[in-house]
Design a binder for this molecule. Structure first.
Ligand code: FES
Length: 144
């Protein structure tokens, strides 16, 4: 299996790893197929994502895509982050082998789940699609 240099770089040196205490939005999603889990923490000020951190318990492609996803949304507005697609993340990484594309879905879903949590916390109506708990590929894992 051939990974791009960017994938290898983000896998070996993932950006924004960790947790944010008192995050404004936290999203945890899991991939039902492989059991991998991704958690995303957002710090949001005036609807701008001022900080983002992630923890991924998963394969190399999942780590690389979460790392790239954090870079793509950091400093951007909530609205812009909602437009992030797994395709954009894969493109930013110069591609993934077809068999690993499903791993990139976790990143998109984790961002959405964290933003849904933010909307709930500030009492804003969620007007975008949130991963369902019983969905085939990805699902939200409720916080303890
Ligand atoms: Fe599970 Fe990649 S194999 S996310």
């Amino acid at each position: 299996m051939q990974y791009s240099e960017k994938v290898m770089d983000h896998f070996a040196h993932p950006r924004n790893v960790g947790e944010i205490e008192n995050a404004d939005g936290v999203g945890t999603v899991g991939n039902a197929t492989c059991g991998d889990i991704m958690q995303m923490f957002l710090k949001i000020e005036n609807d701008v994502i001022v900080d983002v951190k992630f923890k991924t318990f998963g394969c190399g492609a999942a780590i690389a895509t979460s790392s790239m996803a954090t870079e793509l949304i950091k400093g951007h507005t909530v609205k812009e982050a909602l437009e992030l697609t797994n395709k954009a993340v894969v493109e930013a990484l110069d591609g993934l082998p077809p068999i690993k594309i499903h791993c990139s879905v976790l990143a998109e879903e984790a961002v959405r789940a964290a933003l849904a949590d933010y909307y709930t916390k500030i009492g804003r109506e969620i007007d975008f699609e949130v991963p369902e708990k019983d969905e085939e590929a990805c699902h939200i894992i409720p916080e303890e």
